[in-house]
Design a protein around this ligand. Structure first.
Ligand SMILES: Cc1cc2nc3c(=O)[nH]c(=O)nc-3n(C[C@H](O)[C@H](O)[C@H](O)COP(=O)(O)OP(=O)(O)OC[C@H]3O[C@@H](n4cnc5c(N)ncnc54)[C@H](O)[C@@H]3O)c2cc1C
Length: 413
């Protein structure tokens, strides 16, 4: 671990979107950082395939990433998202919907959607010496000298001045700062899929399904989203040009599909629905869409069956505050959001940028670590509460039925 001005050493638990972006930001700012991730490798788990990146998320990523990594992200971003969202019923009859605007609409170098695997590799780029895989955090202890020690299942430890809980929605570490609330189940069950945009499928697609974010509202319950990921430059080619030697797995263009319904509409006990895998999940989707427009049925036929998984959609609301100190939660550990708003990862990277600024001030001796934690907390609470409200509104509009009483959002601590 390298050290900086005051030599602040930051230990991050969790090498997901938030933890890695924070590590990039801290390193760019000259602080010492090390990341501990339970996964054995970079490959990660089921969290979807394509991520929408908001203007705020893009700004935060650019703030944290070195220039070469930014260039890589720009080169591999989605090239076909400037068309807004098209809404249909299951017969592909256009439906009214909200106008979606993006101040970056015409910008040629905007990053408004990325492939999740590519993003993770870009976030890892240059951090080889700082990220430790196969390290499952179990507990921490605060020493009298102010340092914090993280313990891992393999018996090893890591010591720092600050310990970051970037361990996601099921965070173990958030409880250590007194954040007790688990994300709430919104009652929505979603099947995520990846549908390669192979030439045969492109040829069969009607104009209305080409290159657009399509949302289909089935009259009998299910909703289907098709989100295109069309790389500006294929990842391996972009890495070859911009970062030779960087391992960036190649990928073809694809649709990320999301097939959602209320828990009570699956016709299955929850445990059974959530335990389903590939083949069975796609049969489930096919069975629920027998009367749908043939073009939609065609798209579904091209699904990559193995790359399919079910999710119970959850949200943290309201966001709980904590006593500011040396343990600081970021991302889903403190504010999980439904994927429908496409804001969870964006908020996690905003946390990374905000916390980097606050810890840099502490490193320069301008404030204490507790004061830095407090500054970050105050800023985060504002934008994350707004993002949670947005994601819940989008969930309500797009899914029609969610188990959520909005009045809890007003319960600002
Ligand atoms: C299917 C799906 C689609 C989504 N789509 C979007 C989207 O389009 N746009 C958007 O902005 N957001 C989206 N989100 C939300 C987004 O993925 C999350 O908000 C974001 O990943 C949160 O980042 P994080 O770093 O807090 O947590 P994560 O990315 O979940 O990372 C947490 C990390 O901590 C590790 N970890 C956990 N426990 C331990 C432990 N004990 N020890 C060590 N490591 C540990 C995990 O392995 C993981 O790598 C989506 C979420 C899902 C599930």
């Amino acid at each position: 671990m390298t050290t900086s001005r005051r030599g602040l050493r930051v230990v991050v638990i969790g090498g997901g979107v938030g933890g890695l972006c924070l590590a990039q930001g801290l390193r760019k700012a000259g602080l010492g950082v090390s990341v501990y991730e339970r996964d054995e490798s970079v490959r990660g788990r089921n969290q979807g395939y394509r991520l929408h990146i908001s203007p705020e998320g893009e700004r935060a990523l650019r703030e944290c990433l070195p220039e070469r990594a930014q260039a890589l992200l720009t080169a591999t971003a989605n090239s076909r998202y400037g068309y807004g969202m098209a809404i249909y019923d299951e017969h592909l009859t256009a439906q009214p919907g909200p106008e979606i605007t993006d101040p970056r609409a015409g910008a040629a170098d905007k990053v408004d959607a990325v492939d999740r695997v590519t993003l993770r590799r870009v976030l890892l780029a240059g951090l080889d010496d700082a990220v430790h895989f196969g390290k499952r955090f179990t507990r921490h202890e605060q020493r009298p000298d102010g340092t914090v020690v993280a313990h891992f299942t393999d018996g090893t430890t890591a010591t720092g001045d600050v310990l970051i809980a970037a361990d996601g929605g099921n965070s173990v570490l958030r409880r250590a700062v007194g954040v007790q609330a688990e994300p709430r189940d919104l009652g929505v069950r979603t099947i995520f899929g990846r549908i390669p945009l192979v030439p045969e499928l492109r040829r069969e697609l009607p104009e209305v399904l080409q290159d657009r974010f399509t949302w289909v509202i089935g009259s009998d319950g299910p909703k289907l989203g098709l989100m295109p990921m069309a790389f500006r430059t294929r990842p391996a080619e972009a890495a070859g040009k911009l970062w030779p030697g960087l391992d960036l797995p190649d990928s073809d263009d694809y649709f990320m599909s999301v097939f959602s319904m209320h828990r009570t509409e699956t016709g299955l006990p929850d445990e059974e629905f959530l335990a389903m895998e590939g083949e069975r999940l796609w049969r489930f989707v096919q069975d629920r869409t027998t009367g749908w427009h043939p073009a939609l049925r065609t798209v579904l036929r091209y699904a990559d069956v193995a790359e399919t998984f079910p999710v119970a959609v959850r949200a943290t609301a309201p966001i709980e505050l904590w006593e500011p100190g040396a343990v600081i939660p970021i991302g889903d550990a403190v504010h999980a959001m439904p994927p429908s708003g496409g804001v969870g990862a964006n908020t996690a990277v905003r946390d990374a940028a905000t916390l980097t600024r606050a810890l840099l001030a502490a490193d320069r001796g301008e404030c204490s670590i507790a004061e830095a934690s407090k500054r970050y907390q105050a800023e985060m609470f504002e934008y994350a509460t707004e993002a949670t409200a947005t994601s819940l509104q989008v969930a309500k509009w797009s899914l029609k039925r969610i188990d959520f009483d909005e009045s809890v959002l007003a319960g600002k601590p």
